[in-house]
Design a protein around this ligand. Structure first.
Ligand SMILES: [Zn+2]
Length: 267
């Protein structure tokens, strides 16, 4: 069953590889040893929260589809997503594409660069910035501030926030092992914001998840409306998913959800 990982405390596990299930016995087996695991506990509401909505990929108990909104921005977001991160339902990168349909998503493999990304990096219409901390001296000359975004716009280019989407370690690896990024300016995100993401345990509350980073960059770069929509959509995702994990149905829309409904009506 695709949704097995939803029951697990190990929420970072890849649903495609994390657990396997023997169709004959229905017992899951430990992927490391192949030994059968004891049957999982039965839940009262079994089935009602396990199945996922085909639209939003969230448990149907608190489906996110009614709150999907689109927004417009001057800047674009491109995601370079680590291959291990791609299919995780808790990944927040996909929320960005839901709100900003021009968002590009590329899968990162160490040995094979994405041809389309390489072509876009050469495209003079865009001014891409790699979003990465400026905590190492060896690329200090490439570091720019958020002002560079306005300068790119003034020069007639579309600024692009290129986000390295993965765990902290994966992002570092992408940054270091992708020669085609070496010529790009590096834009670190400075913010006082603390993470509101509740679906994975952060190493630090100062580590924002991908959707939060995008929202902050959009806000600082002058796309306040898109930032607001993405922030509300992220909060709706976070609250819906967290409630489903507690096997609770949200009885009333949250404040962020109500704002999204208004936005949909107006759109
Ligand atoms: Zn849905």
């Amino acid at each position: 069953m695709q949704d097995d990982t939803f029951h697990d405390a190990g929420i970072d596990r890849d649903p495609a590889t994390g657990l396997s299930s023997d169709p004959a016995t229905g017992l899951s087996s430990d992927p490391a040893t192949g030994h059968p695991r004891p049957p999982r506990r039965e839940f009262k509401a079994r089935g009602s929260f396990v199945s996922r909505c085909k639209g939003c990929n969230l448990p149907v108990l608190n489906c996110l589809c009614p709150y999907a909104v689109g927004a417009e921005s001057e800047a674009r977001v491109w995601l370079l997503t680590h291959s291990m991160e791609h299919n995780k339902p808790t990944n927040t990168g996909r929320l960005i594409r839901d709100v900003l349909p021009d968002t590009e998503v590329f899968t990162w493999y160490r040995t094979v660069p994405d041809e389309r990304l390489l072509a876009l990096l050469e495209d003079r219409r865009y001014a891409p910035f790699v979003i990465f901390p400026d905590d190492q001296p060896d690329y200090a000359e490439r570091v720019v501030g958020i002002d560079a975004v306005a300068e790119a716009k003034a020069a007639g280019h579309t600024p692009v926030y290129l986000l390295l989407d993965g765990t902290w370690r994966q992002a570092r690896r992408i940054f270091r092992k992708s020669p085609y990024l070496d010529a790009l300016p590096v834009l670190p995100l400075y913010t006082q914001r603390l993470t509101r993401y509740r679906l994975r345990k952060p190493a630090s509350v100062e580590h924002l998840c991908t959707a939060e980073v995008a929202a902050e960059l959009l806000r600082q770069g002058g796309d306040e409306d898109a930032a607001e929509a993405l922030d509300d959509y992220f909060d709706a995702f976070n609250d819906s998913y967290a409630a489903s994990r507690r096997h609770e149905k949200l009885e009333a829309p949250t404040a962020a959800m109500r704002r999204l409904l208004v936005r949909r009506d107006e759109g």
